[in-house]
Design a protein around this ligand. Structure first.
Ligand SMILES: [Fe+2]
Length: 278
């Protein structure tokens, strides 16, 4: 394991991966009739705050608000905070058009969350949306000095309506300290934290901020975020993830099964996501 995972091809000594084929689960979702019409931001019209329905049903703002509202999907026992420092650009963990979700083995602690995110997207929106969607992953593990925000780029209250040219539909975040604070409505000034050591979902229209380290001590923070794009957005056709090497699919799928069954998997999902603020 390298001291610091900056670039997965250049610095990561192993090219192993963990891989899931979501196709079987997608067939289950179809047969159980859970397919729902997808509702998401229309790319590049985010400034008007207009959203569209891609199905035959009219746009359902109540349903969108329900999906976008910050909610905790589950909690971790730990996130291996003493591991190597991590800093990398967006890693595509699911390509548009594919059913496979994968991570390099050196990022295995994030794999249970990647699986939970993929299953959540599939059950929220159904297989057609899931197959078209691109999922990008960012992670960071670093020391947060006293007074510094957990995530420097998120130190002020912000939303992600303009991020990635307005193509982002949902975000999932996980962290082991300084959980993100959310503003649940424009009228409310109170900010609500997600749980520490949690995996949480929210829409890019929700304003949020990364809190500062007020403990007086330097703390090591492990953070991950999964960004859902309804269509290919980043690096389309340019895979940057050693875990998506489908020539080794069988081997990587076996490794994924073993990891998910091992004590290293510390993610416990709630039966249903728990919305912040009751
Ligand atoms: Fe943010």
């Amino acid at each position: 394991m390298p001291d610091r995972i900056n670039d997965l091809y250049l610095n990561c000594v192993e090219q192993n991966g963990l891989l899931l084929d979501m196709h079987l689960l997608a067939e289950q979702v179809c047969s159980e009739g859970q397919t729902r019409r997808p509702y998401f931001f229309a790319p590049n019209i985010h400034k008007s705050f207009r959203m569209v329905s891609t199905g035959e049903q009219p746009y359902d703002s109540a349903r969108r608000a329900e999906i976008a509202r910050p909610a905790v999907l589950g909690t971790f026992k730990h996130l291996d905070g003493e591991g190597p420092g991590i800093s990398h650009e967006a890693l595509i963990i699911k390509e548009s058009g594919s059913w496979h979700v994968g991570l390099p083995a050196c990022l295995d602690i994030f794999f249970p969350a990647a699986k939970a995110v993929a299953e959540d997207v599939l059950s929220l929106y159904g297989p057609d949306y899931f197959q078209d969607a691109q999922i990008c992953f960012f992670s960071q593990r670093h020391n947060v000095l006293p007074g510094d925000p957990g995530k420097t780029s998120g130190k002020d209250l912000h939303d992600h309506l303009e991020s990635d040219h307005g193509t982002m539909d949902l975000l999932y975040v996980m962290t082991d300290c300084f959980p993100t604070l959310f503003q649940l409505s424009e009228k409310e000034t109170e900010l609500y934290p997600t749980e520490t050591l949690s995996l949480s979902r929210f829409g890019p229209e929700i304003r949020h901020v990364s809190p500062r380290n007020e403990t007086g001590q330097t703390l090591r923070r492990t953070f991950g975020t999964f960004n859902i794009h309804p269509k290919a957005y980043l690096y389309d056709g340019m895979p940057n993830n050693a875990g998506l090497n489908l020539k080794r699919a069988q081997e990587f799928e076996q490794a994924a099964t073993a990891y998910l069954q091992s004590p290293a998997n510390t993610l416990t999902l709630y039966p249903d996501p728990v919305a912040l603020g009751g």
